[in-house]
Design a protein around this ligand. Structure first.
Ligand code: FPP
Length: 252
């Protein structure tokens, strides 16, 4: 796979880093296969890239970084791979949570928590509780996450309230739906990055990325480093964002 030099070298304006960047970390398996390694090694190297991405996001002044770590559809993978991924998530929380906390990172997990392994459920709650007051960077981990499922949960919740007579269905608008999403209170991502060369959203932040810019990088996730992150942000800054209007708007 070629290096990401198909895109021009960016000049990153750190002062104008996008407020919320969301990342689809794709290509761990292909990275490993290309080296004759087991897929588990690709995921292990993926966690190293994830650590570096969190550090870089903080240094670039990004306020929210959302990472797609396990989709609602990933359960269809072989049991052995799921076990590997779950073990890596637990190891990450055990080994990295204290340092994330010390660096001012607020951890937030989005996705369906019903039916999760009780140990993972407990770790998620503890991580959120410990880091709740931190405000340097919000690290949103999408785990057992699917955008359609998230929107369906929000709709179900509003329908329950309407059925109970506590909500007038005519008052339901976009802001009200948004308030029921897992990401309530967070800004929408202005930049969505996907590695591995695939160019699709795969059920990630469907509602929230309505006006996001998409940057698809031709590298696998374990190779995502600071240079690749800066390149994606540089590409973002070259885009003209109009939000449905006629004139370009700048900012995050
Ligand atoms: C995509 O590669 C990656 C994933 C499905 C999982 C990403 C998970 C991690 C980086 C580690 C665990 C997460 C945390 C929060 C510690 P792929 O397996 O789909 O690669 P392929 O498309 O090349 O097969």
């Amino acid at each position: 796979m070629p290096a990401p030099d198909a895109l021009a070298k960016p000049v990153v304006d750190y002062a104008a880093a996008p407020e919320h960047v969301a990342v689809i970390m794709d290509g761990n398996g292909r990275w490993a296969a290309a080296r004759g390694l087991p897929r588990s090694e690709g995921h292990r190297r993926g966690v190293a890239a994830l650590r570096q991405a969190v550090r870089t996001a903080g240094e670039l002044g990004i306020k929210v970084l959302t990472l797609y770590s396990f989709s609602a559809e990933n359960w269809s993978r072989p049991a052995e791979e799921i076990d590997d991924l779950m073990a890596l998530v637990k190891q990450f929380v055990r080994e990295d949570l204290d340092e994330l906390h010390r660096s001012g990172v607020c951890v937030r997990v989005i996705g369906d928590r019903s039916g999760l392994d009780p140990e993972i459920f407990r770790m998620i709650c503890e991580a959120e509780e410990l880091t709740r007051a931190n405000d340097r960077l919000t690290l949103v981990v999408a785990f057992n996450y699917g955008g359609r499922q998230e929107i369906a949960r929000a709709a179900r919740h509003l329908a329950e309230q309407a059925a109970a007579g506590r909500l007038d269905p005519m008052s339901i608008d976009a802001a009200m739906v948004e308030s029921q999403l897992d990401t309530a209170g967070l800004p929408d991502p202005s930049l969505v990055i996907r590695t591995s060369g695939e160019q699709r959203l795969s059920n990630f932040l469907l509602w929230q990325s309505a006006y996001a810019e998409f940057v698809f990088l031709p590298i696998h996730w374990p190779d995502f480093d600071r240079a690749a992150f800066e390149l994606a942000i540089g590409e973002f800054h070259r885009r003209e964002r109009r939000f449905g209007g006629l004139t370009a708007r700048t900012g995050s």
